[in-house]
Design a binder for this molecule. Structure first.
Ligand code: SF4
Length: 604
């Protein structure tokens, strides 16, 4: 067994009630490292293009990296891969907390779940294997209730993953929750996949143990260097300010720099942003919390003590939730957004998509394209709270909206209003004011996503033109995508992006596993994973025409800094997309070339 791996893979077939345990193949570790690499490989091998994502034939892969459970700081993430019920294509989603180390300490690198249980079930995993158990008593419970009951029933120190009513009701953007509501695998509908399998929860029981690594002296040296770096770093995600305010700090910056999506993607500045910004939030923060072994501790527990939403206690709201409900729906009431966040966590809904869905619904209602049982309006928290309830339980207008923006807009014959890419609703960075993000939304394998390549960091660096997509942005995109693919194979947190540069990544993996990839070798692994996710999307019917943006970003100008009016220039985006294909070794239609597949060892 290669050092730093758990050594085993569990395959659980819920239809046949069968659990199989086997050794993690060394070749898989060498070619795909872990996390996203493992999950993408399994998705590609097991799921056909015509598989209904909500059928028993879909797979839910949970994988961790060689960093899990080791001393490496900010390496607490676990990865989910599945065919998305929201987009019909490749999906990955990550979760922090303490599930990843627990899986490693129990001896596992990957869990693969297929089939569908006849009755509601949960899976209990420990070092001896897995058991499928009855969950009839948990069906209908919120995520908070489910976790509390399961910990009482099994082990108070267990790590649990659970869905709420939204996942049970197959809301296509239902998420998976963990850690008493603190952490979610939010994007692309992993919770609906669990719901479609009648799988309410997964419980992992293990005790902390030392993970054997290839070179513990080298690893200790690297960890010391990283911790010193965190102490010294004066700016960015490592700064004191960040620890104090967390991601909501971005609300101020994005408004001052005019990229805060507002009024369902019509504006890039919310004039009342201070009412939902970091200083407002600070009034309600009662404690900080970190994922396992993370000195950055970005989690903030918020408690609303007075007013209409008194009694609300929630982790967050994070920047993405503040943008989704504050910006897109123009809600300028911080306690109301905390309440919305709490409801989404409790029912198991992705806040980014839910805020987009609410903004879309408000716009469609105002234009007379959507009929609703109650009026929908911007700046009206109560109507959005009502919408969340409707969607989670698929009641009334919520049944249509539970399908996500793309499908709902098709149903309403209102495609021109929809803001989505490959079926995924975008996060809080307007691609007209940050045009590296335009490239990111167009090219990301899971649809509009800020995390695959974090191009806002390039846009805001001042090193390249922010309001355009010159060709020089493309290699920057590729380099970011490669580095973050390696992050996602190792399962490092994005907020540690200033700590783990290429050199440290190569040294880290050598100290952990003994494998000396070098930077070029790591880039080859990234290329392999990216090419497989591309092949999967092509198999699902996506084409080069889908590597684009919604019409609004090409046609509707927004006013940015200095009063300048901007749109994304279609031709410039198309030229950059083609350049990306070329650099990836794909043809003009975005299809990987034979020689690329050969170089990467991809055979089928
Ligand atoms: S920075 Fe935040 S999300 Fe990332 S590992 Fe640390 S506590 Fe978790």
């Amino acid at each position: 067994m290669i050092p730093s791996y758990g050594g085993s893979i569990l395959e659980i077939d819920l239809s046949r009630k069968r659990v199989e345990r086997r050794s993690t193949p060394e070749s898989l570790c060498k070619e795909y490292i872990g996390g996203k690499g493992f999950g993408t490989k399994m998705l590609y091998e097991r799921v056909g293009g015509d598989v209904d994502p909500l059928s028993p034939d879909n797979i839910l892969v949970i994988s961790v990296g060689p960093t899990a459970g080791t001393k490496i700081p900010s390496a607490s993430k676990a990865n989910f891969n599945f065919k998305s019920p929201l987009t019909g294509g490749y999906a990955e989603s990550h979760i922090g907390g303490y599930i990843a180390p627990k899986l490693k300490w129990a001896g596992y690198d990957m869990i693969m779940i297929t089939g569908k249980s006849e009755r509601p079930a949960y899976i209990q995993i420990d070092e001896n294997g897995a058991e499928i158990r009855d969950a009839s008593h948990l069906w209908g419970k919120t995520t908070y209730e489910t976790e509390e009951i399961l910990k009482k029933e099994t082990d108070k120190n267990a790590a649990t993953l659970e869905i709420g009513p939204a996942g049970e009701n197959l809301v296509r953007f239902a998420c998976i929750c963990h850690a008493e509501g603190w952490r979610q695998a939010g994007r692309a509908g992993a919770g609906a996949v669990m719901g479609s399998k009648n799988l309410k929860a997964i419980v992992v029981i293990s005790d902390q143990k030392e993970v054997e690594v290839a070179d513990s002296d080298a690893l200790d040296g690297l960890v010391k260097e990283v911790l010193d770096n965190i102490k010294r770093d004066p700016v960015g995600t490592l700064a004191e300010n960040y620890r104090k305010y967390g991601t909501p700090l971005m609300v101020e910056r994005s408004n001052l720099m005019k990229f805060f999506p507002t009024r369902y993607w019509h504006l890039v500045y919310f004039e009342r942003f201070e009412k939902i910004g970091p200083k407002e939030m600070a009034k309600y923060v009662v404690s900080n919390r970190a994922c396992w072994n993370c000195p950055l501790a970005c989690g903030k527990l918020v408690e609303i003590k007075d007013g209409k939403y008194a009694g609300t206690r929630v982790e967050g709201p994070e920047y993405e939730t503040l943008f989704a409900f504050g910006g897109l729906c123009e809600i300028d009431d911080f306690p109301a957004i905390a309440k919305l966040n709490d409801l989404c966590d409790m029912y198991g809904l992705d806040t980014i998509t839910m805020g987009n869905v609410a903004g879309f619904a408000i716009e469609a209602y105002r234009l007379g394209k959507l009929k609703s049982e109650r009026p929908l309006e911007y700046s009206d928290p109560e109507s959005v709270i009502w919408l969340v309830e409707q969607v989670a339980f698929r009641k009334g207008v919520g049944d249509l909206l539970a399908e996500g923006v793309k499908k709902a807009s098709e149903n309403l014959n209102a495609r021109e209003l929809a803001v989505e890419t490959k079926g995924l609703e975008p996060p809080g960075y307007d691609p007209r004011s940050l045009q590296g993000m335009a490239l990111g939304y167009a090219l990301s394998d899971r649809g509009a996503c800020h995390l695959r390549a974090l191009m806002f960091t390039v846009d805001l660096s001042g090193e390249v033109e922010r309001y355009g997509i010159p060709l020089e942005k493309v290699p920057r995109y590729l380099d970011n995508e490669d580095r973050f693919n390696v992050f996602d194979c190792l399962m490092l947190c994005r907020f540690a992006r200033r700590i783990y540069d290429w050199n440290r990544l190569a040294r880290m993996i050598k100290a952990l596993t003994g494998i000396d990839y070098g930077v070029d070798g790591l880039k080859t692994v990234s290329q392999r994973v990216q090419t497989l996710s591309r092949l999967f999307n092509l198999r699902c019917g996506f084409k080069a025409e889908d590597d684009t943006l919604p019409k609004r970003f090409f046609e509707e100008e927004v006013e940015v800094e200095g009063g300048r009016k901007v749109v994304v220039r279609r031709q410039e985006l198309e030229r950059a997309v083609k350049e990306y294909y070329r650099l990836r070794g794909w043809d003009e239609r975005g299809i990987p070339l034979e020689q690329t597949l050969k170089k990467l060892g991809i055979t089928s």
